[in-house]
Design a protein around this ligand. Structure first.
Ligand code: ADP
Ligand code: MG
Length: 158
């Protein structure tokens, strides 16, 4: 899949600012949204997810590594932050009711989505993070109309 947008973040603050922009752009989306966060351990997937979630007013963002998913729900939005790193069988995901997350108003942010293959929804957008020291490159690809709509907003505001 061709890379559609590459964003350079020189430090953690830039990555967090991008996450906030992305979060604001989701207000234009009226469909369920699935974003995969890719990259090695320490790339910044959880850092990006945490800032994204905090943008909606959820202050305490936990790591979902052991719980598999942490959900953040208010009257406006439902965000589900997955970390499938310790997932041994994708079927485990069926039991936590992820099918409900396909409804409009739900956003899924998924780390290590490949380990949930078969149970996890296809991505609307994939953000692949690479980098060394403080610098990160975010390579963003879209895989649906919803993803394209979201990227268009990010692109015009970036
Ligand atoms: P992952 O979830 O991908 O394993 P984390 O977000 O948990 O990664 O950790 C990323 C680490 O890299 C954090 O310690 C963070 O402070 C650090 N870091 C340094 N520079 C950046 C940057 N530009 N963007 C994101 N994180 C950064
Ligand atoms: Mg993580």
């Amino acid at each position: 899949m061709a890379v559609i947008l590459k964003i350079t973040c020189n430090n953690e603050t830039h990555t967090k600012d991008f996450a906030k922009l992305l979060a604001h752009c989701t207000s234009n989306i009226d469909q369920a949204l699935v974003i995969y966060l890719e990259g090695d351990l320490g790339a910044g997937k959880s850092t990006l997810a945490r800032s994204f979630i905090q943008t909606f007013g959820f202050d305490r963002v936990k790591s979902p590594t052991y719980a598999l998913v942490e959900s953040y729900v208010n009257e406006k939005i439902s965000i589900h932050h997955f970390d499938c790193y310790r997932l041994s069988d994708p079927e485990e995901l069926e039991y936590i009711g992820i099918r409900e997350y396909s409804a409009p108003g739900h956003i899924q942010l998924i780390e290590w989505a490949e380990l949930g293959h078969g149970a996890i929804e296809p991505a609307d957008m994939v953000i692949n993070i690479t980098g060394i020291d403080e610098a990160r490159t975010l390579a963003i690809t879209t895989h649906s109309n919803t993803g394209e709509q979201l990227l268009a907003c990010v692109n015009s505001s970036h």
